[in-house]
Design a protein. Structure first.
Length: 459
């Protein structure tokens, strides 16, 4: 069976898709890049915001069209949007053969096998992850599932359930697998990375600093990056571990969502303007040169012009390196959806554009201040690299005039800023050559997990 898996949404979905692919290949499926060449199309959906839902539906409809034209035999829709809207989707999209929500995806392989769409297992040592992206040297490592935070705008707990930390030994083994597959950068992801371990008890009681120390000790992966870490989880011990570990990128993705205390309270966020300011200052003092990225929402119910000015003033004061900003859209079942959506869409867009324009200037100033600095860079394709201050797919790239091979780690001197968000740099030398061809992942090849089982990840 030729399989195409379409992944939408966040990096956590990417991890899930890689696990599904490994299981499917273990049952004789063959991964293909072109959906038109696939017999089975699986769409891993996102239900976070309205735009993501529309994208997911469009992908399912496109797959249905291929089935109607005869190129595809079966269509499966899985993931977050299906978790919340399975009945409506099943009624509206009868061309889909199987719907599985985020809490049901352990059934994917058994159900496909029962329907004769995949065969019996072909290996006694199944792989836990099969790479399916475009930059094999950059991978994602999910350390927990679900979320206990009650943010009024967010439906993640309704789609992914309550927070569950994965066992530290299993996470370390998966990181070792990614290293064997050629990973040079591993991004740690969760709904709130700082929440890791809070639900573990007894001999399993560990926290994020313990996990970071274990990953550093048990692997040789050159870069680890912390993604989506609430400021409330920034502790002295975490700062000590990050500051003392050159292999942890000087980078922090710390969503604040707003800077008006009144809006933060209505959003049911745990932080306030003062505490956010203090945590940012503490991180910058402990980790010199760190780049901090955040996200904000404009147009939440009750947001006034004064609230927007507070947000803009805070962004000027704190000077984050990057800010992702979104307009609010009510999500069914959340506390925010019960509030009057009283900010007109045209006003939401205007506020978004004001934040984006301000941040463009702030980013330019922060980036210009890095010109002349020397740093390590990861080459991701010929002539293109990323610095520690640039996360995969969201923070721009660094252009280098060099024939350094993808997967190399090189030392560069930053020479300029291009197109607002990209750097240029001069290569001064190679610190680490790319992985050997045998180490890099290949389509249809999943390396075995070193102990443990898929079940321990508790999706």
């Amino acid at each position: 069976m030729r399989v195409k898996l379409v992944t939408l949404g966040c990096d956590k979905n990417t991890v899930d898709s890689e696990r599904y692919l490994a299981q499917l290949v273990d049952h004789g499926a063959v991964q293909v890049e072109d959906a038109e060449a696939a017999e089975l199309i699986i769409v891993n959906t996102c239900g976070f915001i309205d735009a993501a839902k529309r994208e997911s539906i469009d992908a399912i409809v496109a797959a249905g069209r291929m089935k109607a034209e005869g190129s595809a035999t079966a269509i499966v829709a899985v993931g977050c949007m299906v978790e919340r809207h399975k009945d409506e989707l099943a009624e509206a999209l009868p061309e889909v053969d199987l719907f599985l929500g985020a809490s049901e995806t352990e059934q994917l392989v058994p159900r496909l096998h029962a329907q004769g769409l995949i065969g019996d297992p072909v290996t006694q040592h199944p792989g836990v992850r099969l790479y399916a992206g475009a930059t094999p040297f950059v991978r994602y490592l999910k350390v927990s599932e679900g979320c206990d935070h009650g943010c009024a705008f967010c439906a993640i707990p309704l789609m992914r359930g309550r927070h569950r930390s994965f066992a530290l030994p299993d996470i370390v083994r998966e990181a070792q697998l990614l290293e064997l597959q050629g990973a040079r950068e591993v991004n740690l992801v969760a709904q709130d990375l700082a929440h890791y371990g809070r639900d573990l008890r007894g001999g399993d009681a560990v926290r994020l600093p313990d996990l970071l120390e274990a990953l550093l000790r048990e692997t040789s992966i050159p870069w680890f990056r912390n993604m989506y870490l609430y400021s409330a989880g920034i502790t002295p011990r975490l700062l000590e571990v990050i500051a003392g570990a050159p292999r942890i990128a000087r980078y922090l993705d710390m969503p604040i969502q707003h800077a008006s205390d009144a809006v933060l309270e209505r959003m049911r966020r745990p932080e306030r303007r003062r505490t956010i300011r203090e945590k940012v200052a503490r991180f910058r003092d402990a980790v010199p040169g760190v780049a901090i990225r955040t996200t904000c929402i404009v147009g939440f119910p009750g947001e006034t012009e004064a609230d927007v000015r507070e947000l803009l003033d805070f962004l000027r004061e704190v000077e984050f390196e990057r800010v992702g900003v979104f307009t609010y859209s009510p999500q069914e079942g959340t506390r925010g959806a019960a509030l009057p959506d009283d900010v007109p869409e045209v006003e939401k867009r205007e506020r978004l554009e004001r934040v984006q324009e301000l941040q463009r200037h702030i980013t330019a100033e922060r980036y210009e201040a890095r010109v002349g600095s020397v740093a390590e860079a990861l080459v991701i394709e010929p002539g293109i690299a990323r610095l520690p201050w640039q996360a995969d797919d969201i923070d721009g790239v660094t252009r280098i005039a060099s024939d350094a091979l993808p997967g190399s780690l090189v030392e560069v001197e930053v020479t300029g800023v291009e197109d607002d968000y990209d750097f240029t740099a001069r290569v001064r030398g190679t610190r680490l050559a790319p992985p050997t061809p045998d180490a890099a992942p290949r389509a249809g090849r999943a390396l075995p997990m070193m102990g443990g089982s898929m079940g321990s990840f508790g999706r």
